[in-house]
Design a protein around this ligand. Structure first.
Ligand SMILES: [Zn+2]
Length: 263
């Protein structure tokens, strides 16, 4: 079984001390490729560096997370736009809107998101999107730019059936994380995943965040890793009534196609 983790924050400091072990364990767990998420200038540059060092196994995204949208100035835009042109960069983002925490003011988030959509249109690459408690504004901006961008994924989807249908209407892909493994806050999502067409579904860990709560035995620390992606796969298979091997094959094919990875 071959899996692709389309969103892992492996440049996070929690991976500094045992990075190679994390990579080896991921390979042993059946991962054949990992897309490293860039969430600001430093992490996007670091992710791009890793993608160059291990072409084939790593690729990267470049962008500014809505939490840090306020620091997306002219210089930051130039850095991200340049990184997005590189071969190993397969998507523009992480970008989007997060009104759950509002670490950056909404107007900054909207401006930052719009600029990422412009960059995506210019470089012809898909977008890697984050949306939390901001569906209406997010949808409006995405809809406005949709015809100019080469598709993308709404990563870590945790929203409602209505939001799902809105994204599918725009022919977007949907990224499912270990949120679906949560027996409390993941319940709504568990009922929704079967409505994602199989050719629009992608799997991700969002490591080091969102450790799947279905892991047995429970890991001693709470850090999530790409090696736990099979737990997300298993839960998606359970919720959709599909065969896990088939979901693995389909999601790997989807990621390969959307991000233009080597087959
Ligand atoms: Zn996110």
């Amino acid at each position: 079984m071959e899996l692709i983790d389309i969103g892992a924050n492996l440049t996070h400091k929690s991976f500094e001390h045992d990075f190679q072990q994390v990579v080896d364990d991921a390979r042993s767990a059946g991962l054949k490729h990992i897309i490293l998420t860039g969430t600001d200038a430093a992490s996007s540059e670091a992710a791009a560096g890793l993608a160059v060092a291990a072409t084939g196994f790593f690729s990267s995204t470049a962008g500014f997370h809505p939490h840090v949208a306020s620091s997306f100035d002219v210089d930051a835009r130039a850095v991200i736009a340049t990184l997005c042109e590189r071969d190993g960069t397969v998507a523009v983002g992480e970008t989007g809107l997060d009104y759950n925490r509002n670490y950056s003011p909404r107007e900054d988030q909207l401006a930052c998101f719009a600029q990422h959509l412009e960059i995506a249109a210019a470089v012809g690459k898909p977008v890697f999107l984050h949306q939390r408690d901001a569906h209406d504004d997010f949808l409006a901006l995405l809809r406005e730019h949709r015809e100019y961008i080469a598709g993308g994924v709404v990563h870590c989807f945790t929203d409602t059936r209505r939001a799902l249908d809105d994204y599918l209407d725009l022919d977007m892909h949907i990224g499912i994380t270990g949120w679906v493994c949560d027996e409390r806050r993941g319940v709504e999502l568990q009922g929704i995943v079967r409505h994602i067409p199989s050719q629009r579904l992608l799997l991700e860990t969002d490591a080091p965040y969102l450790l799947p709560r279905t892991l047995r035995p429970k890991p001693s620390d709470r850090r999530n890793e790409p090696k736990y992606l099979p737990a997300v796969l298993a839960e998606v298979a359970r919720c959709t009534g599909r065969d896990a091997a088939e979901v693995a094959r389909q999601t790997t094919a989807n990621a390969t196609r959307l991000f233009g990875l080597e087959a």
